[in-house]
Design a protein around this ligand. Structure first.
Ligand SMILES: C[S@@+](CC[C@H](N)C(=O)[O-])C[C@H]1O[C@@H](n2cnc3c(N)ncnc32)[C@H](O)[C@@H]1O
Ligand code: SF4
Length: 417
């Protein structure tokens, strides 16, 4: 269950926002709706999610109704400080949103749209575990206004899926993607590379299988060994090998080469999308952009409200986060209290650090002018080391080269230390 929440300051029990927030209603607004349920926990995962035996009385069937009371609270407190605006993107994440009946997801989306409105061409994504997507689920979601399904494929190789404790069979991914496409949904697939026992040839097979699905968006994440997970314990006891950094780097290079050859562009270190075609291509406001506009909103530091247990929110430089457990979350809202557990307003130095950290991982990069004065002189060294693109730097921006993407954390340290 993800590490502890940040400490921060206590959050007001009525959820009110400070009156002096520098609200800019021209900044796009997004909503994240967390669904904290999974049938079983995958051995590598530390997301804030719970299996049925861990719910301590919280009821999955009451979840949509509970979350809608947080939507009512958000509408009230955002309205009080003049920060109401229609949603640009909506994202149901988890956990496994598709473990809830599709009608519950539709009800939460309806409530959010009634509270805030939705811009034309908005992106509405639902994350899905492949074994929970039937043609009927996909059709119900599309009819409710969902535009995009993000499918947790992870791998196409049975022994890799087993090492990750995944419950789905490779063919479930194909049927889930077909159901989504038949319903008119855009599709993204998530892959993980570097699982114990996964070879470069296994990874190549997964990339080929992902490309054969003909989606317009692929995320490929290096397996992270999170503290407190079953996988971390297995590694500590020597039952499975630690992931090999060099092999993971080779896997990243292979992914980038394969995806580029298939017409995908990287736009964030772990994310690739096909360029849009047709009228309005490349114009995110028209809805023709295949990149995840919701994740771009986080990386660019837009405003969003995160609904649900453990969800984080950001409005005009103020951050807050909800209590983690679904039972605590439901109790707060049943008592007409805000579920927020803590809040903070990062100082300018922390804010800048975060901007560099997030924007330098994007292909659009960060303006050199935004860097702390003392760090600008380091850009020349990063170019000489082949980590930063010289042509982009001439245009005043930091964009990582392929080598830079492999060493993104080191580049960020150099730009911020
Ligand atoms: C909330 S999950 C996706 C939806 C659904 N629960 C599923 O797993 O199919 C979000 C994504 O995060 C990635 N992820 C989770 N834990 C990870 C880890 N320890 N290392 C790398 N990627 C991870 C996986 O690719 C996963 O698809
Ligand atoms: S299904 Fe997804 S959210 Fe649930 S435990 Fe597995 S990776 Fe984590």
């Amino acid at each position: 269950m993800a590490g502890p929440l940040p400490l921060g300051d206590p959050a007001p029990t009525d959820g009110r926002l400070p009156g002096d927030l520098p609200i800019d209603t021209s900044v796009p607004f997004s909503a994240y709706l967390h669904v904290p349920f999974c049938r079983v926990r995958c051995g590598y995962c530390d997301f804030n999610t719970y299996t049925s035996s861990e719910l301590r009385g919280a009821k999955q069937e009451d979840y949509a109704t509970t979350l809608i009371t947080e939507i009512d609270l958000a509408r009230r407190v955002l309205g009080d400080v003049g920060a109401l605006r229609p949603m640009d993107t909506v994202f149901f994440g988890g956990g496994t949103p598709t473990l809830l009946p599709a009608g519950d997801l539709a009800r939460m989306l309806d409530a959010a749209v009634s509270a805030f409105g939705l811009v034309d061409g908005a992106e509405v994504t639902v994350e899905a575990n492949p074994d929970t997507v039937t043609p009927e689920v996909a059709r119900t979601l599309a009819a409710a206004g969902v535009t995009r399904l993000s499918v947790g494929m992870q791998s196409a190789v049975p022994h890799v899926l087993a090492a990750l404790d995944r419950t789905h069979q490779p063919e479930n991914v194909r049927t889930a993607v077909a159901a989504a496409k038949d319903a008119g949904l855009a599709v993204s697939v998530d892959l993980i590379y570097g699982a114990p026992g996964e070879s470069l040839a296994d990874w190549e097979a997964s990339l080929d299988a992902a490309l054969a699905l003909e989606s317009d968006h692929i995320s490929a994440y290096a397996l992270i060994i999170e503290d407190g997970t079953k996988l971390a314990r297995q590694i500590r006891r020597g039952e499975v090998p630690t992931p090999d950094d060099d092999l993971q780097a080779d896997m990243y290079e292979l992914a980038d080469a394969r995806l580029a050859a298939a017409g995908f562009d990287w736009y964030e270190v772990s994310n690739w999308a096909r360029p849009s075609t047709g009228a309005g291509a490349g114009d995110s406001a028209s809805g023709m952009d295949n990149r995840s506009r919701h994740n771009l909103a986080y990386w660019r530091g837009n405003d969003w409200w995160g609904f649900g247990p453990g969800a984080h929110s950001h409005v005009a430089g103020l951050r807050w986060w909800n209590v983690k457990h679904p039972a605590a979350y439901a109790q707060r809202l049943a008592a007409s209290e805000s579920p927020a557990a803590g809040t903070e307003r990062p100082d300018p130095e922390a804010h800048l650090l975060e901007r560099v950290l997030l924007l330098s991982r994007l292909a659009e990069g960060i303006a050199i002018a935004e860097l702390p004065d003392a760090n600008r002189s380091r850009v020349a060294g990063l170019i000489a080391d082949g980590l930063v693109d010289p042509a982009a730097a001439l245009r005043g921006r930091i964009t990582l080269t392929l080598r830079g993407r492999l060493l993104a954390d080191a580049v960020v340290r150099e730009l911020t230390d």
